[in-house]
Design a protein around this ligand. Sequence first.
Ligand code: ARG
Length: 585
Amino acid sequence: MNLKRYLKAQFTKAFLDAFPQLATENFEAEITQSTQSSFGHYQCNSAMKLSKVLRLPPQKIAQAALDAAKIILGDELATLEVAGPGFMNISFSTAMLESCCNKMLQTPDLATDKTASHQKVVIDFSSPNIAKEMHVGHLRSTIIGESIARVLSFLGYDVLRLNHVGDWGTAFGMLIAYIKQYEPSVISDPDSAELPRLVQFYKTAKAKFDEDANFKKQSQLEVVALQGGEKEALKIWTLICQISRKSYQEIYDILDIDLNERGESFYNPYLKSTIEELEQKGIVEISDGAKCLFLDGYTNREGEALPFMLQKSDGGFNYATTDMAAIKHRIFEEKGDWLIYVTDIGQATHFAMLFKAAEKAGWLNPQKTRVDHVPFGLVLGPDGKKFKTRSGDTERLIDLIHTAVEKAQAILEAREEEQGRGLDTEQITEIANALGVNAIKYADLSSNRIHDYQFSYDRMLQFEGNTAAFLMYAYVRIHGIKRQLQEKGIVAQTVPVSLQHESEIALALHLAQFNESLDSIADDLLPHRLCEYLYLLAEKYNAFFRDCRVIGSEAQDQRLQLCELSERVLKQGMQLLGLKTVERM
Ligand code: ARG
Protein backbone atom coordinates (compact mmCIF):
# COMPACT_ATOMS: atom_id res chain seq x y z
CA MET A 1 0.00 0.00 0.00
CA ASN A 2 0.99 3.60 -0.53
CA LEU A 3 1.65 4.96 2.95
CA LYS A 4 1.74 8.57 1.87
CA ARG A 5 -1.57 8.31 0.07
CA TYR A 6 -3.02 6.52 3.07
CA LEU A 7 -1.93 9.29 5.44
CA LYS A 8 -3.22 11.92 3.07
CA ALA A 9 -6.67 10.39 3.11
CA GLN A 10 -6.70 9.94 6.90
CA PHE A 11 -5.40 13.42 7.64
CA THR A 12 -7.83 14.99 5.22
CA LYS A 13 -10.56 13.24 7.18
CA ALA A 14 -9.07 14.41 10.48
CA PHE A 15 -8.97 18.04 9.36
CA LEU A 16 -12.56 17.81 8.15
CA ASP A 17 -13.65 16.26 11.44
CA ALA A 18 -12.00 19.11 13.33
CA PHE A 19 -13.11 21.85 10.91
CA PRO A 20 -16.23 20.80 8.97
CA GLN A 21 -16.28 24.17 7.20
CA LEU A 22 -13.28 22.96 5.12
CA ALA A 23 -15.61 20.70 3.15
CA THR A 24 -16.53 23.68 1.00
CA GLU A 25 -12.86 24.45 0.32
CA ASN A 26 -12.15 21.13 -1.41
CA PHE A 27 -9.48 20.68 1.20
CA GLU A 28 -6.85 17.93 0.94
CA ALA A 29 -4.12 17.46 3.53
CA GLU A 30 -0.55 17.66 2.26
CA ILE A 31 1.78 14.90 3.37
CA THR A 32 5.50 14.63 2.63
CA GLN A 33 8.20 12.19 3.65
CA SER A 34 10.31 13.71 6.39
CA THR A 35 13.73 14.85 5.36
CA GLN A 36 15.18 14.10 8.80
CA SER A 37 14.45 11.15 11.02
CA SER A 38 14.07 13.49 14.02
CA PHE A 39 10.94 14.86 12.33
CA GLY A 40 9.35 11.42 12.23
CA HIS A 41 8.48 9.39 9.15
CA TYR A 42 6.13 11.89 7.49
CA GLN A 43 5.10 15.48 7.94
CA CYS A 44 1.91 17.40 7.41
CA ASN A 45 2.24 21.15 6.98
CA SER A 46 -1.36 21.95 6.14
CA ALA A 47 -2.10 23.80 9.40
CA MET A 48 0.08 26.72 8.36
CA LYS A 49 -1.67 27.09 5.04
CA LEU A 50 -5.09 26.96 6.67
CA SER A 51 -4.40 29.68 9.20
CA LYS A 52 -5.77 32.41 6.94
CA VAL A 53 -8.86 30.50 5.88
CA LEU A 54 -9.77 29.42 9.40
CA ARG A 55 -8.58 32.65 11.10
CA LEU A 56 -6.81 30.67 13.80
CA PRO A 57 -3.16 30.33 14.79
CA PRO A 58 -1.57 27.33 13.00
CA GLN A 59 -0.62 25.62 16.25
CA LYS A 60 -4.24 25.57 17.36
CA ILE A 61 -5.31 24.12 14.01
CA ALA A 62 -2.58 21.50 14.13
CA GLN A 63 -3.54 20.52 17.67
CA ALA A 64 -7.20 20.07 16.77
CA ALA A 65 -6.37 18.06 13.65
CA LEU A 66 -3.94 16.00 15.68
CA ASP A 67 -6.60 15.08 18.23
CA ALA A 68 -8.92 14.02 15.41
CA ALA A 69 -6.16 12.07 13.65
CA LYS A 70 -5.37 10.19 16.87
CA ILE A 71 -8.94 8.94 16.98
CA ILE A 72 -8.84 7.86 13.32
CA LEU A 73 -5.41 6.25 13.24
CA GLY A 74 -5.22 4.93 16.81
CA ASP A 75 -2.33 2.57 17.36
CA GLU A 76 -1.18 2.70 13.75
CA LEU A 77 0.85 5.70 14.81
CA ALA A 78 3.65 5.72 17.37
CA THR A 79 4.06 9.46 17.60
CA LEU A 80 2.08 12.39 16.38
CA GLU A 81 3.18 15.77 17.60
CA VAL A 82 2.93 19.42 16.77
CA ALA A 83 6.33 20.99 16.28
CA GLY A 84 7.52 24.55 15.74
CA PRO A 85 5.01 26.95 14.25
CA GLY A 86 2.47 24.20 13.41
CA PHE A 87 4.21 21.31 11.65
CA MET A 88 2.79 17.90 12.40
CA ASN A 89 5.35 15.13 12.73
CA ILE A 90 4.03 11.67 12.11
CA SER A 91 5.58 8.28 12.84
CA PHE A 92 4.07 4.88 12.28
CA SER A 93 4.01 2.38 15.09
CA THR A 94 6.18 -0.69 14.89
CA ALA A 95 3.03 -2.81 14.74
CA MET A 96 1.86 -0.92 11.66
CA LEU A 97 5.19 -1.38 9.89
CA GLU A 98 5.23 -5.06 10.81
CA SER A 99 1.80 -5.46 9.35
CA CYS A 100 2.84 -3.69 6.12
CA CYS A 101 5.84 -5.97 5.72
CA ASN A 102 3.78 -9.06 6.43
CA LYS A 103 1.24 -8.04 3.81
CA MET A 104 4.00 -7.53 1.26
CA LEU A 105 5.48 -10.92 2.07
CA GLN A 106 2.14 -12.58 1.53
CA THR A 107 1.48 -11.23 -1.96
CA PRO A 108 3.49 -11.98 -5.09
CA ASP A 109 3.12 -8.39 -6.32
CA LEU A 110 4.41 -7.01 -3.01
CA ALA A 111 0.97 -5.64 -2.13
CA THR A 112 1.13 -2.93 -4.75
CA ASP A 113 -2.09 -0.94 -5.16
CA LYS A 114 -3.43 -1.74 -8.60
CA THR A 115 -5.22 1.57 -8.71
CA ALA A 116 -4.55 1.92 -12.41
CA SER A 117 -6.37 -1.21 -13.51
CA HIS A 118 -7.69 -1.12 -17.07
CA GLN A 119 -6.23 2.27 -17.88
CA LYS A 120 -4.61 2.02 -21.28
CA VAL A 121 -1.18 3.58 -21.80
CA VAL A 122 0.36 4.00 -25.23
CA ILE A 123 4.08 4.61 -24.89
CA ASP A 124 6.20 5.59 -27.88
CA PHE A 125 9.90 5.01 -27.31
CA SER A 126 13.20 4.07 -28.96
CA SER A 127 11.93 4.98 -32.46
CA PRO A 128 15.15 5.03 -34.52
CA ASN A 129 15.27 5.92 -38.19
CA ILE A 130 15.57 3.27 -40.91
CA ALA A 131 18.82 3.17 -42.87
CA LYS A 132 20.57 5.10 -40.11
CA GLU A 133 22.46 3.87 -37.09
CA MET A 134 20.69 4.18 -33.77
CA HIS A 135 22.47 6.87 -31.80
CA VAL A 136 22.90 7.44 -28.07
CA GLY A 137 19.72 9.52 -28.01
CA HIS A 138 17.82 6.43 -29.17
CA LEU A 139 19.67 4.43 -26.53
CA ARG A 140 18.37 6.80 -23.84
CA SER A 141 14.85 6.68 -25.22
CA THR A 142 15.01 2.87 -25.30
CA ILE A 143 16.27 2.46 -21.76
CA ILE A 144 14.05 5.12 -20.17
CA GLY A 145 10.98 4.06 -22.15
CA GLU A 146 11.40 0.39 -21.28
CA SER A 147 11.68 1.18 -17.59
CA ILE A 148 8.62 3.43 -17.55
CA ALA A 149 6.66 0.79 -19.46
CA ARG A 150 7.68 -1.88 -16.93
CA VAL A 151 6.73 0.24 -13.92
CA LEU A 152 3.35 1.18 -15.37
CA SER A 153 2.57 -2.44 -16.26
CA PHE A 154 3.49 -3.48 -12.73
CA LEU A 155 1.14 -0.83 -11.37
CA GLY A 156 -1.70 -2.37 -13.34
CA TYR A 157 -1.83 -0.26 -16.49
CA ASP A 158 -2.50 -1.94 -19.80
CA VAL A 159 0.61 -0.82 -21.68
CA LEU A 160 1.06 -0.73 -25.46
CA ARG A 161 4.70 -0.17 -26.40
CA LEU A 162 5.18 1.38 -29.84
CA ASN A 163 8.34 1.77 -31.85
CA HIS A 164 7.57 4.76 -34.08
CA VAL A 165 10.47 4.13 -36.44
CA GLY A 166 11.22 6.65 -39.14
CA ASP A 167 10.56 4.38 -42.10
CA TRP A 168 8.85 6.72 -44.54
CA GLY A 169 9.61 9.90 -46.41
CA THR A 170 11.43 11.37 -49.35
CA ALA A 171 14.84 10.04 -48.26
CA PHE A 172 13.74 6.58 -49.32
CA GLY A 173 13.44 7.72 -52.92
CA MET A 174 17.19 8.35 -53.01
CA LEU A 175 18.00 5.01 -51.48
CA ILE A 176 15.72 3.09 -53.79
CA ALA A 177 17.08 4.88 -56.87
CA TYR A 178 20.63 4.26 -55.68
CA ILE A 179 20.18 0.59 -54.99
CA LYS A 180 18.42 0.03 -58.31
CA GLN A 181 21.19 1.72 -60.26
CA TYR A 182 24.36 0.89 -58.38
CA GLU A 183 23.78 -1.98 -55.97
CA PRO A 184 21.15 -4.23 -57.57
CA SER A 185 22.83 -7.33 -56.12
CA VAL A 186 21.38 -6.37 -52.73
CA ILE A 187 17.91 -6.92 -54.15
CA SER A 188 18.60 -10.51 -55.09
CA ASP A 189 20.74 -11.22 -52.02
CA PRO A 190 19.50 -9.10 -49.10
CA ASP A 191 21.53 -11.10 -46.59
CA SER A 192 24.67 -9.65 -48.11
CA ALA A 193 23.86 -6.21 -46.74
CA GLU A 194 24.16 -5.04 -43.16
CA LEU A 195 23.13 -1.71 -41.76
CA PRO A 196 26.57 -0.03 -42.00
CA ARG A 197 26.55 -0.70 -45.75
CA LEU A 198 23.10 0.80 -46.04
CA VAL A 199 24.26 3.87 -44.15
CA GLN A 200 27.10 4.16 -46.66
CA PHE A 201 24.65 3.86 -49.57
CA TYR A 202 22.63 6.61 -48.03
CA LYS A 203 25.61 8.94 -47.74
CA THR A 204 26.66 8.38 -51.33
CA ALA A 205 23.13 8.68 -52.59
CA LYS A 206 22.66 11.95 -50.76
CA ALA A 207 25.80 13.40 -52.34
CA LYS A 208 24.63 12.25 -55.76
CA PHE A 209 21.21 13.72 -55.18
CA ASP A 210 22.75 17.12 -54.47
CA GLU A 211 24.96 17.26 -57.56
CA ASP A 212 23.36 15.07 -60.20
CA ALA A 213 20.08 16.47 -61.57
CA ASN A 214 19.28 13.21 -63.29
CA PHE A 215 19.66 11.19 -60.14
CA LYS A 216 17.60 13.73 -58.29
CA LYS A 217 14.77 13.34 -60.78
CA GLN A 218 15.07 9.56 -60.50
CA SER A 219 14.85 9.74 -56.73
CA GLN A 220 11.77 11.90 -56.83
CA LEU A 221 10.09 9.48 -59.19
CA GLU A 222 10.88 6.64 -56.80
CA VAL A 223 9.17 8.53 -53.97
CA VAL A 224 6.06 8.81 -56.11
CA ALA A 225 6.37 5.14 -57.04
CA LEU A 226 6.73 4.12 -53.40
CA GLN A 227 3.78 6.21 -52.29
CA GLY A 228 1.74 4.82 -55.14
CA GLY A 229 2.57 1.30 -53.99
CA GLU A 230 4.58 0.37 -57.06
CA LYS A 231 5.86 -3.20 -56.69
CA GLU A 232 9.61 -2.90 -57.24
CA ALA A 233 9.93 0.27 -55.14
CA LEU A 234 7.94 -1.33 -52.35
CA LYS A 235 10.13 -4.43 -52.52
CA ILE A 236 13.34 -2.45 -52.13
CA TRP A 237 11.83 -0.35 -49.34
CA THR A 238 10.81 -3.53 -47.48
CA LEU A 239 14.32 -4.81 -47.85
CA ILE A 240 15.86 -1.62 -46.48
CA CYS A 241 13.58 -1.86 -43.47
CA GLN A 242 14.45 -5.50 -42.90
CA ILE A 243 18.18 -4.83 -42.94
CA SER A 244 17.79 -1.98 -40.46
CA ARG A 245 15.41 -3.92 -38.26
CA LYS A 246 17.86 -6.78 -37.93
CA SER A 247 20.46 -4.43 -36.58
CA TYR A 248 18.08 -2.77 -34.10
CA GLN A 249 16.78 -6.12 -32.96
CA GLU A 250 20.30 -7.19 -32.06
CA ILE A 251 20.45 -4.28 -29.62
CA TYR A 252 16.93 -4.86 -28.29
CA ASP A 253 17.78 -8.50 -27.61
CA ILE A 254 20.88 -7.62 -25.62
CA LEU A 255 19.07 -4.91 -23.68
CA ASP A 256 15.96 -7.07 -23.20
CA ILE A 257 13.60 -4.56 -24.79
CA ASP A 258 10.04 -5.35 -25.75
CA LEU A 259 8.56 -3.20 -28.54
CA ASN A 260 5.95 -3.36 -31.27
CA GLU A 261 7.13 -1.76 -34.45
CA ARG A 262 4.58 0.66 -35.80
CA GLY A 263 6.56 3.02 -37.95
CA GLU A 264 5.62 6.21 -39.72
CA SER A 265 4.62 4.22 -42.82
CA PHE A 266 1.73 2.72 -40.85
CA TYR A 267 0.04 6.14 -40.80
CA ASN A 268 0.63 6.88 -44.49
CA PRO A 269 -2.89 5.88 -45.53
CA TYR A 270 -4.36 8.30 -42.97
CA LEU A 271 -2.36 11.43 -43.82
CA LYS A 272 -4.57 12.84 -46.55
CA SER A 273 -7.82 12.37 -44.68
CA THR A 274 -6.24 13.78 -41.53
CA ILE A 275 -5.47 17.04 -43.27
CA GLU A 276 -8.88 17.09 -44.96
CA GLU A 277 -10.58 16.73 -41.62
CA LEU A 278 -8.60 19.65 -40.21
CA GLU A 279 -9.44 21.73 -43.27
CA GLN A 280 -13.12 20.98 -42.83
CA LYS A 281 -12.82 22.16 -39.26
CA GLY A 282 -11.50 25.41 -40.67
CA ILE A 283 -8.29 25.48 -38.66
CA VAL A 284 -5.75 25.00 -41.47
CA GLU A 285 -4.00 28.13 -42.74
CA ILE A 286 -1.84 28.53 -45.82
CA SER A 287 1.57 30.05 -45.20
CA ASP A 288 4.04 30.36 -48.10
CA GLY A 289 2.03 27.72 -49.92
CA ALA A 290 2.26 25.25 -47.03
CA LYS A 291 -0.71 23.99 -45.02
CA CYS A 292 -0.16 24.87 -41.37
CA LEU A 293 -1.79 25.08 -37.99
CA PHE A 294 -1.06 28.14 -35.89
CA LEU A 295 -1.32 27.62 -32.16
CA ASP A 296 -1.69 30.19 -29.43
CA GLY A 297 1.51 30.89 -27.58
CA TYR A 298 3.98 29.51 -30.14
CA THR A 299 6.25 32.07 -31.75
CA ASN A 300 9.87 32.12 -32.84
CA ARG A 301 12.53 34.40 -31.36
CA GLU A 302 11.44 37.25 -33.61
CA GLY A 303 7.94 36.97 -32.22
CA GLU A 304 6.48 35.55 -35.43
CA ALA A 305 3.88 32.81 -35.17
CA LEU A 306 5.47 29.35 -35.44
CA PRO A 307 3.76 27.10 -38.00
CA PHE A 308 2.94 23.48 -37.22
CA MET A 309 3.38 22.33 -40.78
CA LEU A 310 1.12 19.60 -42.13
CA GLN A 311 1.85 19.74 -45.84
CA LYS A 312 4.73 21.39 -47.63
CA SER A 313 4.14 23.61 -50.64
CA ASP A 314 5.32 20.76 -52.91
CA GLY A 315 2.57 18.56 -51.49
CA GLY A 316 4.86 16.43 -49.32
CA PHE A 317 3.91 15.39 -45.79
CA ASN A 318 6.26 15.55 -42.86
CA TYR A 319 7.03 14.52 -39.30
CA ALA A 320 4.20 16.62 -37.83
CA THR A 321 1.63 15.21 -40.28
CA THR A 322 2.43 11.66 -39.24
CA ASP A 323 2.29 12.58 -35.57
CA MET A 324 -1.13 14.17 -36.04
CA ALA A 325 -2.44 11.02 -37.70
CA ALA A 326 -0.76 8.93 -34.99
CA ILE A 327 -2.19 10.83 -32.04
CA LYS A 328 -5.66 10.54 -33.49
CA HIS A 329 -5.16 6.83 -33.99
CA ARG A 330 -3.88 6.39 -30.45
CA ILE A 331 -6.85 8.24 -28.97
CA PHE A 332 -9.69 6.80 -31.05
CA GLU A 333 -8.48 3.41 -32.31
CA GLU A 334 -6.18 2.35 -29.49
CA LYS A 335 -8.41 4.11 -26.94
CA GLY A 336 -5.40 5.28 -24.99
CA ASP A 337 -6.17 6.94 -21.66
CA TRP A 338 -2.58 8.10 -21.45
CA LEU A 339 -0.15 8.80 -24.31
CA ILE A 340 3.57 8.98 -23.59
CA TYR A 341 6.38 9.97 -25.95
CA VAL A 342 10.01 9.48 -24.95
CA THR A 343 12.47 11.58 -26.97
CA ASP A 344 15.33 14.03 -26.51
CA ILE A 345 14.51 17.44 -25.10
CA GLY A 346 15.21 19.01 -28.50
CA GLN A 347 11.76 17.84 -29.60
CA ALA A 348 9.94 19.47 -26.67
CA THR A 349 8.40 22.20 -28.81
CA HIS A 350 7.25 19.72 -31.44
CA PHE A 351 5.35 17.71 -28.85
CA ALA A 352 3.95 20.71 -27.02
CA MET A 353 2.60 21.92 -30.37
CA LEU A 354 1.35 18.46 -31.29
CA PHE A 355 -0.70 18.26 -28.09
CA LYS A 356 -2.08 21.76 -28.62
CA ALA A 357 -2.90 20.94 -32.24
CA ALA A 358 -4.72 17.75 -31.24
CA GLU A 359 -6.73 19.80 -28.76
CA LYS A 360 -7.54 22.39 -31.39
CA ALA A 361 -8.69 19.58 -33.68
CA GLY A 362 -11.07 18.47 -30.95
CA TRP A 363 -9.42 15.04 -30.63
CA LEU A 364 -7.60 15.51 -27.38
CA ASN A 365 -9.49 16.39 -24.24
CA PRO A 366 -6.84 16.83 -21.52
CA GLN A 367 -9.50 16.10 -18.89
CA LYS A 368 -9.98 12.65 -20.37
CA THR A 369 -6.63 11.75 -21.88
CA ARG A 370 -3.31 12.40 -20.23
CA VAL A 371 -0.45 13.23 -22.60
CA ASP A 372 3.21 13.45 -21.67
CA HIS A 373 6.33 14.20 -23.58
CA VAL A 374 9.13 12.61 -21.57
CA PRO A 375 12.21 14.59 -22.55
CA PHE A 376 15.81 13.77 -21.75
CA GLY A 377 19.15 15.54 -22.05
CA LEU A 378 22.26 14.76 -24.04
CA VAL A 379 24.83 12.07 -23.46
CA LEU A 380 28.19 13.76 -23.02
CA GLY A 381 31.62 12.27 -23.57
CA PRO A 382 34.41 12.37 -20.97
CA ASP A 383 35.37 15.81 -22.32
CA GLY A 384 31.94 17.18 -21.43
CA LYS A 385 31.02 17.58 -25.11
CA LYS A 386 28.41 15.72 -27.12
CA PHE A 387 29.33 12.05 -27.12
CA LYS A 388 31.56 11.02 -30.07
CA THR A 389 34.20 8.42 -30.71
CA ARG A 390 37.83 9.44 -31.01
CA SER A 391 37.55 9.52 -34.77
CA GLY A 392 34.69 11.96 -34.43
CA ASP A 393 32.06 9.56 -35.73
CA THR A 394 29.05 8.75 -33.65
CA GLU A 395 29.77 5.51 -31.89
CA ARG A 396 27.73 2.47 -32.89
CA LEU A 397 25.59 1.47 -29.95
CA ILE A 398 26.44 -2.16 -30.31
CA ASP A 399 30.15 -1.31 -29.92
CA LEU A 400 29.36 0.74 -26.85
CA ILE A 401 27.61 -2.19 -25.23
CA HIS A 402 30.37 -4.63 -26.16
CA THR A 403 33.00 -2.32 -24.70
CA ALA A 404 31.10 -2.06 -21.41
CA VAL A 405 30.85 -5.84 -21.22
CA GLU A 406 34.57 -6.27 -22.00
CA LYS A 407 35.53 -3.79 -19.33
CA ALA A 408 33.20 -5.47 -16.86
CA GLN A 409 34.89 -8.77 -17.66
CA ALA A 410 38.35 -7.31 -17.00
CA ILE A 411 37.24 -5.84 -13.67
CA LEU A 412 35.61 -9.08 -12.54
CA GLU A 413 38.66 -11.11 -13.53
CA ALA A 414 40.92 -8.80 -11.55
CA ARG A 415 38.65 -9.04 -8.53
CA GLU A 416 38.59 -12.80 -8.79
CA GLU A 417 42.38 -12.86 -8.92
CA GLU A 418 42.56 -10.69 -5.80
CA GLN A 419 39.78 -12.15 -3.72
CA GLY A 420 39.37 -15.66 -5.09
CA ARG A 421 35.66 -16.29 -4.80
CA GLY A 422 35.95 -19.48 -6.80
CA LEU A 423 34.21 -18.22 -9.91
CA ASP A 424 35.17 -19.98 -13.13
CA THR A 425 35.58 -18.31 -16.51
CA GLU A 426 32.13 -19.24 -17.66
CA GLN A 427 30.54 -17.73 -14.56
CA ILE A 428 32.62 -14.58 -14.88
CA THR A 429 31.54 -14.16 -18.50
CA GLU A 430 27.91 -14.51 -17.54
CA ILE A 431 28.23 -11.98 -14.72
CA ALA A 432 30.19 -9.60 -16.99
CA ASN A 433 27.39 -9.68 -19.55
CA ALA A 434 24.87 -8.73 -16.89
CA LEU A 435 27.12 -6.14 -15.29
CA GLY A 436 28.13 -4.43 -18.54
CA VAL A 437 24.56 -4.04 -19.74
CA ASN A 438 23.25 -3.12 -16.28
CA ALA A 439 25.97 -0.48 -15.94
CA ILE A 440 24.99 1.24 -19.18
CA LYS A 441 21.32 1.19 -18.24
CA TYR A 442 21.80 2.30 -14.67
CA ALA A 443 24.15 5.15 -15.55
CA ASP A 444 21.40 6.48 -17.76
CA LEU A 445 18.47 5.84 -15.44
CA SER A 446 20.06 7.02 -12.20
CA SER A 447 20.58 10.62 -13.24
CA ASN A 448 17.61 12.93 -13.57
CA ARG A 449 16.74 12.40 -17.23
CA ILE A 450 16.16 16.11 -17.86
CA HIS A 451 19.87 16.77 -17.38
CA ASP A 452 22.71 15.87 -19.69
CA TYR A 453 24.81 13.04 -18.33
CA GLN A 454 28.41 12.15 -18.82
CA PHE A 455 29.18 8.75 -20.24
CA SER A 456 32.08 7.15 -18.41
CA TYR A 457 32.84 3.45 -18.43
CA ASP A 458 34.99 3.83 -15.32
CA ARG A 459 32.30 5.52 -13.30
CA MET A 460 29.45 3.28 -14.39
CA LEU A 461 31.44 0.14 -13.56
CA GLN A 462 32.41 1.17 -10.03
CA PHE A 463 31.38 -1.07 -7.15
CA GLU A 464 30.86 1.77 -4.71
CA GLY A 465 28.31 4.57 -4.84
CA ASN A 466 25.02 4.72 -6.68
CA THR A 467 25.91 2.22 -9.41
CA ALA A 468 24.56 -0.96 -10.96
CA ALA A 469 27.38 -3.00 -9.44
CA PHE A 470 26.55 -1.74 -5.95
CA LEU A 471 22.96 -2.90 -6.29
CA MET A 472 23.94 -6.20 -7.86
CA TYR A 473 26.38 -6.82 -5.07
CA ALA A 474 23.81 -5.93 -2.41
CA TYR A 475 21.52 -8.49 -3.99
CA VAL A 476 24.27 -11.12 -3.92
CA ARG A 477 24.81 -10.49 -0.20
CA ILE A 478 21.13 -10.68 0.68
CA HIS A 479 20.69 -13.76 -1.39
CA GLY A 480 23.86 -15.25 0.13
CA ILE A 481 22.08 -15.68 3.45
CA LYS A 482 20.00 -18.47 1.99
CA ARG A 483 23.15 -20.24 0.89
CA GLN A 484 24.64 -19.89 4.36
CA LEU A 485 21.51 -21.35 5.89
CA GLN A 486 21.73 -24.30 3.58
CA GLU A 487 25.40 -24.84 4.29
CA LYS A 488 24.70 -24.82 8.01
CA GLY A 489 21.70 -27.07 7.55
CA ILE A 490 19.38 -24.59 9.24
CA VAL A 491 15.70 -24.75 8.41
CA ALA A 492 13.96 -21.47 9.22
CA GLN A 493 10.33 -21.22 10.25
CA THR A 494 8.01 -18.86 8.44
CA VAL A 495 7.01 -16.42 11.14
CA PRO A 496 5.59 -12.92 11.03
CA VAL A 497 8.04 -10.02 10.87
CA SER A 498 8.76 -8.54 14.26
CA LEU A 499 10.87 -5.41 14.63
CA GLN A 500 13.10 -4.44 17.55
CA HIS A 501 16.31 -2.70 16.60
CA GLU A 502 16.24 0.80 15.15
CA SER A 503 17.97 -0.40 11.97
CA GLU A 504 15.28 -3.03 11.53
CA ILE A 505 12.57 -0.41 11.86
CA ALA A 506 14.28 1.90 9.40
CA LEU A 507 14.63 -0.94 6.89
CA ALA A 508 11.00 -1.99 7.36
CA LEU A 509 9.75 1.56 6.84
CA HIS A 510 11.76 1.82 3.66
CA LEU A 511 10.45 -1.52 2.38
CA ALA A 512 6.91 -0.37 3.09
CA GLN A 513 7.58 2.70 0.94
CA PHE A 514 8.23 0.66 -2.22
CA ASN A 515 4.75 1.24 -3.58
CA GLU A 516 4.99 4.93 -2.89
CA SER A 517 8.21 5.17 -4.84
CA LEU A 518 6.63 3.43 -7.84
CA ASP A 519 3.57 5.66 -7.68
CA SER A 520 5.82 8.70 -7.79
CA ILE A 521 7.14 7.43 -11.14
CA ALA A 522 3.59 7.25 -12.44
CA ASP A 523 3.24 10.90 -11.43
CA ASP A 524 6.35 12.43 -12.93
CA LEU A 525 7.89 9.67 -15.05
CA LEU A 526 11.33 10.07 -13.46
CA PRO A 527 12.95 6.63 -13.14
CA HIS A 528 15.91 8.00 -11.17
CA ARG A 529 13.59 8.07 -8.16
CA LEU A 530 13.42 4.29 -8.22
CA CYS A 531 17.23 4.15 -8.51
CA GLU A 532 17.52 6.34 -5.42
CA TYR A 533 14.99 4.20 -3.61
CA LEU A 534 16.94 1.01 -4.35
CA TYR A 535 20.25 2.59 -3.48
CA LEU A 536 18.83 3.61 -0.09
CA LEU A 537 17.34 0.16 0.33
CA ALA A 538 20.78 -1.38 -0.15
CA GLU A 539 22.23 1.05 2.39
CA LYS A 540 19.50 0.41 4.94
CA TYR A 541 19.90 -3.30 4.47
CA ASN A 542 23.63 -2.98 5.02
CA ALA A 543 23.04 -1.02 8.25
CA PHE A 544 20.57 -3.64 9.45
CA PHE A 545 23.02 -6.40 8.61
CA ARG A 546 25.80 -4.59 10.47
CA ASP A 547 23.67 -3.95 13.56
CA CYS A 548 21.59 -7.09 13.79
CA ARG A 549 22.91 -10.61 13.86
CA VAL A 550 20.69 -12.81 11.73
CA ILE A 551 21.83 -16.43 11.68
CA GLY A 552 21.97 -17.90 15.14
CA SER A 553 20.30 -14.99 16.90
CA GLU A 554 17.15 -15.32 18.97
CA ALA A 555 15.23 -13.29 16.40
CA GLN A 556 16.72 -15.33 13.54
CA ASP A 557 13.50 -16.38 11.85
CA GLN A 558 11.91 -12.94 12.14
CA ARG A 559 15.01 -11.31 10.72
CA LEU A 560 15.18 -13.82 7.90
CA GLN A 561 11.74 -12.60 6.88
CA LEU A 562 13.10 -9.09 6.64
CA CYS A 563 15.98 -10.44 4.51
CA GLU A 564 13.50 -12.27 2.31
CA LEU A 565 11.43 -9.14 1.77
CA SER A 566 14.51 -7.03 1.09
CA GLU A 567 15.62 -9.56 -1.50
CA ARG A 568 12.25 -9.55 -3.22
CA VAL A 569 11.87 -5.78 -3.26
CA LEU A 570 15.40 -5.27 -4.53
CA LYS A 571 14.96 -7.88 -7.24
CA GLN A 572 11.57 -6.53 -8.30
CA GLY A 573 12.86 -2.96 -8.31
CA MET A 574 15.86 -3.90 -10.39
CA GLN A 575 13.65 -5.82 -12.79
CA LEU A 576 11.52 -2.69 -13.25
CA LEU A 577 14.63 -0.77 -14.22
CA GLY A 578 15.51 -3.53 -16.66
CA LEU A 579 18.45 -4.73 -14.55
CA LYS A 580 19.46 -8.36 -14.21
CA THR A 581 20.36 -9.86 -10.86
CA VAL A 582 23.05 -12.52 -10.44
CA GLU A 583 23.40 -14.84 -7.46
CA ARG A 584 27.18 -14.66 -7.15
CA MET A 585 29.60 -11.95 -7.99
N1 ARG B 1 12.34 8.93 -35.16
C1 ARG B 1 12.38 10.08 -34.29
C2 ARG B 1 13.82 10.47 -34.01
O1 ARG B 1 14.72 9.72 -34.26
C3 ARG B 1 11.67 9.82 -32.96
C4 ARG B 1 10.20 9.55 -33.05
C5 ARG B 1 9.50 9.81 -31.77
N2 ARG B 1 8.10 9.52 -31.83
C6 ARG B 1 7.16 10.29 -32.45
N3 ARG B 1 5.93 9.89 -32.41
N4 ARG B 1 7.48 11.39 -33.03
O2 ARG B 1 14.06 11.54 -33.51
